[in-house]
Design a protein around this ligand. Structure first.
Ligand SMILES: O=P(O)(O)OC[C@H]1O[C@](O)(CO)[C@@H](O)[C@@H]1O
Ligand SMILES: [Fe+2]
Length: 185
């Protein structure tokens, strides 16, 4: 066998508590201004706009975004709220319908999943809980706690990110503060 057409194996240190990776590339850093329309409390968006907080970021291993590849990332969602709505990711479908594997590693979070016909499921992702997002389900992760929420995601290299339908229609449910906890409203 020759190495000519073979990619070399890759090893990455993952700090499960902080989300740091080594080696890594910062592939996502989203501030409020990158997703202001996603939050329902417009006055709270305006109030936080000046500070324009970083809501989340993601580190990715050096895996090509191609078919047959498995891309892996650590995502860190900061604790915080815009009004009564917790910090969350923008959310997307995959361009090529394909599943995604999640593993909660620190903090307290949940993932909201929704089909194109409007069916919704919410799963909590405490450290050690794996959630499988099947093909055809849009997904948004939410930090419902007071510490950074960290999770590992693994998805196909050709999955792509389709933001348009979520930007247009949003998710059918929101994850909102409720006393010390949260409710899905
Ligand atoms: O692409 P969005 O919706 O901004 O969310 C980013 C997060 O979503 C994922 O792609 C998982 O679906 C994470 O790996 C990534 O960090
Ligand atoms: Fe995804």
């Amino acid at each position: 066998m020759t190495l000519e057409n073979l990619q070399l194996p890759l090893a990455t240190m993952l700090d499960l508590a902080s989300g740091d990776m080594d080696p890594y590339a910062l592939v996502v850093e989203r501030r409020l201004s990158h997703m202001a329309e996603a939050y329902h409390d417009r006055a709270a968006v305006t109030a936080a706009a000046g500070e324009d907080p970083v809501i989340y970021r993601a580190y990715e291993a050096d895996v090509p975004h191609e078919a047959s590849q498995l891309v892996y990332r650590m995502t860190i969602i900061e604790p915080g709220r815009i009004g009564d709505e917790f910090y969350m990711t923008k959310g997307h479908h995959h361009v090529v319908d394909s599943g995604e594997f999640y593993l909660g590693t620190a903090g307290t979070g949940a993932v909201v999943m929704q089909t194109r016909s409007g069916e919704v499921r919410v799963e909590e992702m405490p450290p050690g809980r794996a959630v499988y997002v099947p093909p055809g389900w849009a997904h948004r992760s939410v930090n419902v706690g007071t510490e950074p929420f960290v999770f590992l995601a693994v998805f196909f290299g050709n999955a792509g990110h389709d933001y348009a339908s979520i930007e247009r229609d949003g998710f059918a449910v929101r994850v909102l503060a409720d006393g010390d906890g949260y409710r899905v409203g």
